[in-house]
Design a protein around this ligand. Structure first.
Ligand code: PLP
Length: 408
């Protein structure tokens, strides 16, 4: 008899986005013709940068000719991309990362979800609340948790992210082995300073733990004092893995390209304390289960680092940040406390009321869709997330409607 992995039965139905869709659809059928503006989405809306489009076209032409055609590429990514990533994203900022420490993939979702596979199932995992759900659910699937009780899985060390800690989790007061951090954060939009990140790196070094650092929104950082990479912090190379993505940086959500940095000096241990290279383990896992990102897509990603590509990516992220600034300004003027929106495309708003009640209010009175914070974890209750991924005209219209709705 074939048996299932019963850990999958512990997973909660992905209730958030289906419930949002249901409420929006009910509202639409009760109010036919009413224009709805979606500020709930985490997907980009602008077209790809021209430099990437040109690179894609050129690479497709190469594939059309047997003399320049490419079949399977190296699983870890082509050297032309790995080298430019290492130089432009890390070495240029004083972070010591080499090209052969970069693993190119088709998404930070897969990488942040898969990385836990190389660690033992009996480790202690620390996860922020609220959180991008992938970190939590993949640990549930792997069997690192007990059952779901009162909004939380038994066995996980939850790190509360609240107004009190300005949306940067405090160090756990127990020993943990694997720590998930994400900055700029989804869903809160909060950022972390180098000094704060240093405390995490020191904590991980002391307990021989590893930090999985998700920097998918790094391209939105405008405050130069903030770290763009965890490797800007001394000692991080030995205890941190970093995930990056071209999805939000360059509009690649539908193109698919991302990468993970695994420094060669990062070590993990057997039960008896024997040291092993995390780079070797991940290389083994990646080359066994992944067969590289397509050549045209890697050429498109490479184009992000050309002079034109850099300018176009800056323009793209500036556009979303202008939306974010408007949302932040208007929401603050209405007297709501919020975080994010300055170095991030997300604004996390304290609604002073039940998340779903606030969601319904914005939908019914303003025709605007947000994401209820409670969907990201227990500490998200009372908050909503607004996203800047829309066009400026829609954001302006949405904010005018929200102002009218909340003044009532
Ligand atoms: N990490 C975070 C924090 C995200 O919010 C997202 C997407 O929304 C991802 C990773 C996924 O990125 P990718 O499109 O590269 O899979």
């Amino acid at each position: 008899m074939i048996k299932i992995n019963e850990n999958f039965l512990k997973l909660q139905a992905s209730y958030l986005f289906s419930e949002i869709a249901r409420r929006v659809s009910d509202f639409q059928s009760e109010n036919p013709g009413k224009d709805i503006i979606r500020l709930g989405i985490g997907d980009v809306t602008c077209a790809l940068p021209l430099a990437c489009i040109d690179a894609l076209h050129k690479a497709v032409d190469e594939m059309a000719d047997a003399s320049t055609f490419r079949g399977y590429g190296p699983e870890q990514g082509y050297d032309f991309l790995r080298e430019i990533i290492a130089k432009e994203d890390f070495q240029s900022r004083g972070a010591d990362v080499a090209g052969d420490e970069i693993f190119v993939s088709d998404g930070a979702k897969c990488d942040t979800g898969n990385f836990q596979e190389i660690f033992s199932t009996d480790i202690k995992v620390a996860i922020p609340d609220p959180v991008y759900p992938v970190y939590l659910d993949t640990n549930v699937m792997a069997g690192r948790t007990g059952l779901y009780n009162d909004g939380r899985y038994d066995g996980i060390t939850y790190m509360d992210v609240t107004r009190e800690n300005r949306f940067v989790p405090d160090l756990p007061d127990e020993t943990v082995d694997l720590i998930y951090l994400c900055f700029p954060n989804n869903p809160t939009g909060a950022t972390i300073t180098k000094a704060q990140l240093k405390k995490w790196v020191d904590f991980a070094r002391q307990s021989k733990a590893i930090i999985l650092y998700d920097a998918a929104y790094e391209a939105f950082i405008r405050d130069d004092s903030l770290p763009r990479s965890i490797y800007e912090v001394e000692g991080a190379r030995d205890v941190a893995i970093e995930f990056r993505s071209f999805s939000k940086t360059a509009g690649f959500t539908g193109v698919r390209c991302a990468y993970t940095v695994v420094p060669k000096s990062c070590m993990a241990y057997t039960a008896s304390g024997e040291e092993h290279s995390v780079h070797s383990l991940w290389n083994r896992r990646h080359t066994t289960k992944f067969n590289s990102v397509s050549y045209p897509v890697q050429r498109a990603a490479e184009a992000v680092y050309s002079a034109e590509g850099k300018a176009q990516v800056q323009e793209l992220t500036d556009y979303y940040l202008k939306n974010a600034a408007l949302i932040r300004e208007e929401v603050s003027a209405l007297g709501y406390d919020c975080v994010g929106g300055e170095n991030s495309p997300y604004i996390w708003i304290d609604g002073n009321k039940d998340s779903w009640e606030f969601f319904d209010l914005l939908l019914k009175r303003a025709g605007v869709v947000c994401t209820p914070g409670a969907g990201f974890g227990r500490c998200g209750e009372g908050f909503i997330r607004l996203s800047a991924f829309n066009n400026y005209e829609n954001v302006e219209k949405a904010m005018t409607r929200i102002k009218d709705a909340l003044k009532v």
